[in-house]
Design a binder for this molecule. Structure first.
Ligand SMILES: [Zn+2]
Length: 294
């Protein structure tokens, strides 16, 4: 609610006080980067909006597609293209679909933290710490993985979450929309936060390709989305910057979306200046240059 008291509570400083993204080179021979990443929410994409969705079986079936078809098909495509990616998997998905989660790990991809129940982190939420701990616990118990990367469910963040992630040893996050190069977060108390690998809505497949009863929108054809993705990529390459994909197996694992992704990734692979890689690798490169410049 906006009243004068609420307006007075808006601080007169930028929400993000991080230093500008440092200029450092990508590993030779590359001059730009693509953080190839997927968000595996499965049914938790839906139950996180409303727990009653667990009883709405068709709504749940959108998420269920991920384990039955979407993820296997995407793993097959990545194998064909010889690409490694990061999969941010919710703890719930790992517990409900252990075979799917294991197949991602077995294929050699990086596993990232994506919450447990995929709950939207909002100011004052009492479950931020519990969601983090349960997510870590599920990834450890089922996969033996301690993730270094985190992407927020629904891409929302709070200061409490930024602080908690540092405390839990998360090295990089990938949710903010305010840059085209990696940068280091600065927390409200002035201390350094995680490395941010920024994202953009252009590369969120859900925006252009998934429509459901509780998430209705127009679906765009391959030509439109390819045009968006290629333009964003080519301009980013000219800038020497990076793009981050935010792809969901329940969307990009559908036949015509997979065809679109195959075409886009085949094009991306044909760009000799473009480093297509995982978040872990981009964060490691950042750390190397940060240490060298200290
Ligand atoms: Zn998600």
């Amino acid at each position: 609610m906006l009243d004068s008291k609420a307006l007075q509570s808006i601080p007169l400083i930028p929400a993000n006080t991080a230093d500008p993204a440092p200029e450092y080179p990508w590993p030779k021979p590359y001059r730009s980067a693509m953080f190839l990443s997927f968000d595996v929410d499965a049914e938790s994409a839906w139950t996180s909006k409303d727990a009653v969705h667990a009883q709405r079986l068709i709504t749940m079936s959108y998420g269920g597609y991920e384990a039955r078809v979407g993820t296997p098909k995407l793993l097959e495509l990545l194998d064909q293209l010889d690409l490694k990616a990061t999969f941010f998997v919710t703890g719930w998905s790992v517990d409900a679909h252990p075979a799917m989660a294991e197949s991602i790990l077995k294929a050699g991809h990086e596993i990232g933290h994506h919450g447990y129940h995929h709950l939207l982190p909002d100011p004052g939420d009492p479950w931020i710490e519990e969601e983090l701990e349960r997510g870590f616990e599920a990834l450890k118990r089922r996969l033996g993985v301690r993730p270094t990367g985190y992407r927020a469910p629904y891409g929302e963040f709070t200061e409490e979450l930024r602080v908690a992630l540092v405390r839990h040893g998360i090295v990089y996050t990938s949710s903010f929309r305010d840059d085209v190069r990696p940068y280091r977060h600065r927390l409200a108390d002035g201390k350094l936060g995680t490395i941010e690998l920024p994202v953009t809505a252009s590369y969120d497949d859900w925006m252009h390709g998934l429509s459901a009863r509780f998430s209705p929108r127009s679906i765009f054809p391959k030509e439109h989305v390819l045009s968006i993705w290629k333009d964003e990529l080519d301009e980013t390459r000219d800038w020497g910057a990076m793009v981050t994909t935010v792809l969901h197996p329940q969307c990009s694992g559908r036949p015509m979306r997979l065809r679109l992704l195959r075409e886009f990734l085949t094009y991306a692979k044909s760009c000799p200046d473009l480093w297509i890689t995982t978040g872990e690798k981009i964060a490691e490169n950042f750390l190397r240059h940060e240490a060298a410049n200290r």
